[in-house]
Design a protein around this ligand. Structure first.
Ligand SMILES: [Zn+2]
Length: 271
C-alpha cells in the first residue's frame, strides 16, 4: 500500500461529499415538493452506496496486504529471509494472523461505514426539515402580502443544507473530524496496526518474544519509545515493558507510523 492508495480513497470521499453538496444545493428552495426531495435523497443514497462499495473493496485489499507486509518484515527481522522480496514469497498468515486480519477488515469497514451512515442520516434529517419549512413558508406566504418566500428564510434554509455535510464525524474520544480527514486517519491507523500486529503474531509463532520499536526521528510523544526493546508477550522473561501495555496516547496512537522489528535475543541488541 502506498500514499497514493490512501489518497485515492480519500479523494473518493471528498468527491462524494462534493456531489452530495451539489445535489442538495440544486434543490429549488422556493418550491420544494416531497417528490423532488425524495428524488434528491435517492441520488444521495446512490452516491453513498457506490462510495461504500469502493471503500469495502479498498479495505479488503489493503488491510490484508499491510498485514502481509508486517509478516514479511518480521521474517526479515528474524533472519529467516534476507530480503523483503524473499520474505514475501514465504509470508503467509498463521492462524492467529488469519483471525486478526479478518477482525481488522471488519473493524475498518465498520469505521468507514460509520462515515457514510452519518452523512446519510444528517442529510435526510436536514433535507426533510428544510422541505417542511419550504412547504410551510409557501402556505403562509400570503399572510404578509408577499407571494414568495422571504430572502431571509431562503438564506436560512440554504445554510441549513450546507451544514448537513459540514459536520463531519465524532470519534469515540469526542473529537470532531471532517469526513475525508477521518478516512485518511482511519485507513493509516488501521493498516499500520494490522501490519504491526501481524509482525508480532508472526514473531511469536516463530518463538521470538521481543521486539524493538522503529526509529524515524519522531518529534511527538512517540520519540521516547524509539529504539526501545519491548516484550511481545507479557510472559516473556526479562525486565522489558510489554508492548500491549504501552500508553496508546503516546505510542501507536492514531496516524502513528512506528513499527516493531522482532528479536529473539534482546540482550544481543543491547550490546
Ligand atoms: Zn509513532
Amino acid at each position: 500500500m502506498t500514499e497514493r492508495d490512501i489518497a485515492e480513497l480519500v479523494a473518493a470521499y471528498k468527491d462524494a461529499v462534493k456531489r452530495i453538496r451539489a445535489e442538495l444545493l440544486s434543490l429549488d428552495l422556493t418550491d420544494m415538493s416531497r417528490a423532488n426531495t425524495e428524488s434528491a435523497l435517492r441520488e444521495v443514497a446512490r452516491i453513498l452506496t457506490s462510495l461504500n462499495e469502493e471503500s469495502a473493496a479498498w479495505v479488503t485489499q489493503y488491510v490484508p496486504e499491510s498485514a502481509k507486509a508486517g509478516v514479511a518484515q518480521a521474517i526479515v527481522g528474524l533472519g529467516v529471509a534476507e530480503t523483503v522480496k524473499d520474505a514475501e514469497k514465504i509470508a503467509k498468515f498463521n492462524r492467529i494472523n488469519s483471525n486478526m486480519v479478518a477482525a481488522a477488515v471488519a473493524d475498518t469497514q465498520a469505521d468507514l461505514l460509520a462515515v457514510t451512515q452519518n452523512i446519510d442520516r444528517r442529510t435526510k434529517a436536514v433535507v426533510r426539515r428544510v422541505t417542511a419549512e419550504s412547504i410551510r413558508a409557501n402556505l403562509t406566504a400570503g399572510i404578509n402580502g408577499r407571494r414568495t418566500i422571504s430572502r431571509d428564510i431562503l438564506t436560512g434554509m440554504r445554510r441549513e443544507l450546507e451544514s448537513a455535510i459540514d459536520t463531519g464525524i465524532v470519534d469515540a474520544d469526542g473529537r470532531r473530524w471532517k469526513p475525508e480527514v477521518y478516512v485518511d486517519m482511519v485507513t493509516r491507523t488501521k493498516t499500520a496496526e494490522a501490519s504491526r500486529e501481524a509482525a508480532v503474531n508472526e514473531a511469536i509463532g516463530r518463538g521470538a518474544y521481543y521486539g524493538v520499536i522503529s526509529t524515524h526521528g519522531a518529534t511527538d510523544a512517540c520519540s521516547k519509545y524509539e529504539g526501545m526493546i519491548v516484550k511481545l508477550t507479557p510472559d516473556a522473561p526479562g525486565d522489558y515493558r510489554y508492548i500491549g501495555e504501552l500508553p496508546r496516547r503516546e505510542i501507536f496512537h492514531p496516524n502513528c507510523r512506528h513499527s516493531v522489528t522482532p528479536l529473539r535475543e534482546p540482550a544481543r541488541l543491547e550490546k
